[in-house]
Design a protein. Structure first.
Lengths: 319, 319
């Protein structure tokens, strides 16, 4: 059996066809533009699904289903996209519309972080685990959680918004407007803000110089830390502690087998080992409870399509 | 069918026999003493289970199972009590030992807060709901969580320790030794500490006088607040905000249909309405997401036995 995974973004729609072992058989993508009307994008999506199956030369009977990940709020069971970042979707009955556009496979939709954790649990860093927490560090902080082999979605799929867990009373302002949320300390955006603040205090630092030369990019901070710049080293150490604070809370709540970190920043080897130490030292009952393995998410650029395809595999059955 | 529920405490072992509709058919209890050897208590438990079935005059075939709630860490699937507060249980293979003591019904064991949330979901304030979060405010802050009709336990049942979620960086010290945990702000113990601190600043307050007369008890704070004492009113208002902070985080994570508050304090009507307002105002996406109902737990003194019996009903099948 094969599964189609669609990674919906504001700039492109990516499709992947994977086999039952998680191998990508075929990839395709189409560009989109900000401001393109939602109903036209639905048409683009239907065409993309048909095309990838056709071009892969797969018999329609061998397609087990289509999974789709959206960067926004999705009501999974109802097949409705509530809203999306940078895409003109507001309460769109996506599954219904795709069926009207001739897609007759089972279609599953969810938030993209939910897809990502499924991708890791089926074919990635947490393969075979029944309890997994994944955080993705980007503009915001997304979370995908598997509880006892099932995706956590909450009532009407409104849950799993762990970026909006408060870690500090009256603290840094979050993108949502509230104070002290995890996202406001541990997203990639927050790291850049912390680095800029540090540079204001230390204009003499290598970090400040490199920022001016290369622009305010996350990788510059890690480069400077590696090169021994004290300011950058302190920024990174503090940032990992912030990631750790929310991570420990999530581990105490879910006690997963794996705590995974995704997003571009997670590929910096400087993050995972100290985060593992922080979590192991600070989880509740660390003496007698099982160890939680901290790993970077395995799927990088293809995380979106593999995760979405795994949503179709997951369907309504547990891992 | 009937189910036996056992509420294990440091001072007494309580048993209840309930029918399929959650009605208590028979109650019994035996006292125990701090320091009594664990193996003797296992014997007491076996005797109590046999006695309540016998005295209720129920045919053994009509007993569907036995559920037991412990005030401590339990490895549910393995039937092992890892440790208990004030009871000499350390890594006790409880289910195995009870079977050796002649208990041949299916036996299920768990933490008491886990039992409590099941009791509320089957026959209490959250009847019929699939996603429920319950906090119990006492010496500590316990949590019981139902995700998509199933009890959240985590890997080796080490999870659902939401009292140890960090809500404030470097904040108040928790019973576990770490700083800034939810429990350190929102347990009944924390409320008393907050009230004592307020009395030091306001020795002229009614609260301070009443504490001296009646002792440092939680109900005194609520009495004084009702009577209009400004110090007590401020303590209560701040305490509800603290409960709300962790509650909002848990609601963003789980998005339950019901957020329930248990423990003696929850019966103060002053708590639930303002907590509902705080949560409704502060949850993520409050404009478009479903409302979360905030209620006091329904089962009061019998919460332990009803919850434990519901653990036996729950068994391995979802709500």
């Amino acid at each position: 059996m094969y599964y189609v995974g669609i990674d919906v973004g504001g700039m492109s729609l990516k499709a992947g066809l994977i086999d039952e072992n998680g191998n990508i058989v075929k990839k395709m993508s189409v560009k989109t533009v900000p401001g393109r009307k939602g109903e036209l994008i639905v048409g683009d999506l239907a065409t993309l699904i048909k095309d990838i199956i056709k071009e892969a030369g797969i018999d329609e009977k061998e397609v087990g289903g289509v999974g789709m990940g959206f960067p926004g709020s999705v009501w999974d069971e109802k097949g409705i996209v509530r809203y999306c970042c940078n895409i003109d979707f507001v309460n769109i009955p996506m599954v219904k519309l795709l069926k009207e556009n001739g897609i007759n496979y089972p279609i599953y939709i969810s938030n993209d972080a939910n897809c990502a954790v499924l991708g890791e649990a089926y074919f990635g860093a947490a393969k075979g685990a029944k309890n997994v927490v994944l955080i993705t560090l980007g503009t915001g902080l997304g979370t995908g959680i598997i509880v006892d082999g099932r995706l956590l979605t909450g009532n009407k799929s409104a849950g799993s918004e762990c970026g909006h867990m408060q870690i500090n009373i009256g603290g840094a302002i979050c993108g949502c407007g509230k104070k002290g949320h995890y996202e406001a300390y541990a997203s990639a955006t927050a790291l850049l803000r912390q680095a800029k603040d540090a540079c204001e205090k230390h204009p003499e630092s290598m970090l400040n110089e490199e920022f001016k030369k290369k622009g305010y990019e996350g990788y510059v901070i890690f480069e400077c830390a590696k090169a021994g710049d004290e300011t950058a080293k302190k920024v990174v150490a503090k940032y990992i502690k912030y990631i750790g604070m929310g991570a420990v809370s999530l581990c105490n709540i879910f006690f997963p087998e794996y705590f995974l970190v995704g997003g571009g920043i997670a590929n910096n080897s400087e993050i995972i080992a100290p985060l593992q130490r922080y979590i192991s030292r600070n989880i509740y009952g660390s003496k007698y409870n099982p160890k939680i393995k901290v790993l970077a998410a395995k799927h990088l650029n293809d995380a979106g399509i593999i995760g979405a395809a795994c949503l179709a595999i997951h369907g309504s059955s547990a891992l």
